[in-house]
Write a protein that binds this ligand. Structure first.
Ligand code: EPS
Length: 376
């Protein structure tokens, strides 16, 4: 990949803190800790979360890369303290099916799966949302906005959705499960309650949308430049994600060509544009300038209060898998994490197209490109 932006995270779920370093952000971008905190708070919400979210109040401290509220082009380091910091916890030797417990123990030679689950925990995604918030701040300078909503939880699927994206964003923000269909929201909450009572967990699907992108981000010229491929990799890297779709996605496979593509239109005000958004905003791995629409499928969380069968790593005896505090459903939070990963990929592709290590130069390149498109 031609990455202009890179980030690394460090930290365990119950260690002192999560840490992130974002490298490649241009100089001159206004950035505050409040910009980041707003996104992190969204990730902490959602019907179906467990006790941990009552303990944490996630906030990222900016350690470097920002002076007087503006980026300086240097690596941006973030520190997110864990309130639930624990030391000397007892070993866990009963791996949970579906979690990384067993393969992690096999891979690294551990008998205590705590050494695996501490880092495999989705706690790490708090750091990704902090990084994503910075990427989002860059995109906002060019009018790019991101949103997400939950389309499915435990087999309960939305039936109706508003036409306007703004309304989708507003309704998702007001919903406890981030679902835009109020009737279905109640059904989703009931499904979560019912699963919780059974000691079970639920997965689902979320959709991430980016509006205001220019055409031409990513490229068709090589596999690792394709925007859709990069988005898929970024979304698949989120804990518990098992599938990704762009636009019609798997439905396109069952749709004739006459109903699967977006016809090309032209008007003076809008220039070239499409009559529909079936492609999900990419053709040939390149953004079309229409809404970018991606969905991800999340499997149910693997910590079950009514545990599945497992085998003790030390005694080799059949046992029930370990039960630790967890959530019943985290799909609403996963949507916010999806937005962060999409923001990262888009910011990276944006910097590739418009170059520059200073916001002022990027703006000049962007304006020239938009002008050229207008004259085309
Ligand atoms: C998680 C288990 C739970 C979740 C956690 C992810 O944590 P704990 O074991 O402390 O109860 O709350 O999510 C977060 C801490 C978070 O910030 O999202 C897991 O095993 O992945």
């Amino acid at each position: 990949m031609t990455a202009m932006l890179r980030f690394l995270t460090a930290g365990e779920s119950h260690g002192r803190a999560l840490v992130a370093i974002l490298e490649g952000m241009p100089a001159g971008l206004p950035l505050s800790e409040d910009d980041i905190a707003a996104e992190m708070a969204r990730r902490q919400l959602g019907y179906g979360r467990g006790g941990r979210m009552q303990i944490e109040q996630d906030r990222a401290e900016i350690i470097s890369g920002v002076i007087r509220g503006e980026t300086i082009g240097a690596p941006i380091a973030l520190w997110i303290a864990n309130r639930d910091w624990r030391k000397d916890e007892p070993d866990i030797t009963r791996p949970r099916p579906g979690h990384t417990d067993l393969v992690g123990a096999q891979k690294y030679g551990f008998r205590d799966v705590r050494r695996v689950l501490e880092r495999a925990s989705a706690r790490e995604t708090a750091a990704r949302v902090a990084v994503g918030a910075i990427c989002r701040r860059l995109l906002l300078e060019f009018g790019v906005r991101l949103m997400s909503h939950v389309t499915e939880i435990g087999g309960v699927v939305i039936r109706r959705r508003p036409e306007r994206w703004e309304e989708i964003a507003e309704r998702a923000a007001a919903s406890a499960v981030r679902c835009v269909d109020p009737q279905v929201e109640e059904e989703m909450k009931a499904a979560i309650d019912e699963a919780g009572e059974r000691g079970d967990t639920l997965g689902g699907v979320f959709e991430v949308v980016a509006l205001g992108l220019p055409p031409g981000l990513g490229s068709y010229v090589h596999w690792d430049r394709k925007l859709d491929a990069r988005l898929a990799a970024a979304l698949m890297s989120i804990n518990a994600i098992k599938g990704v779709e762009v636009g019609l996605g798997f439905t396109a496979a069952r749709t004739p060509g006459s109903a699967a593509h977006d016809e090309i239109l032209y008007s003076r005000e809008r220039g070239f544009h499409r009559g529909s958004d079936r492609s999900g905003g990419t053709e040939g791995g390149t953004s079309t300038g229409d809404p970018l629409i991606v969905r991800a499928a999340m499997k149910p969380l693997s910590t079950l209060r009514t545990p599945l069968r497992s085998v003790d790593l030390v005694t080799k005896e059949p046992v029930e898998a370990a039960v630790v505090r967890s959530d019943v459903c985290a799909v609403p939070a996963a949507g916010v994490i999806g937005e962060a990963m999409v923001a990262f990929v888009l910011a990276d592709a944006f910097l590739e197209k418009f170059g520059g290590d200073a916001l002022v130069d990027i703006r000049a390149a962007y304006d020239a490109y938009v002008q050229r498109l207008r004259e085309m």
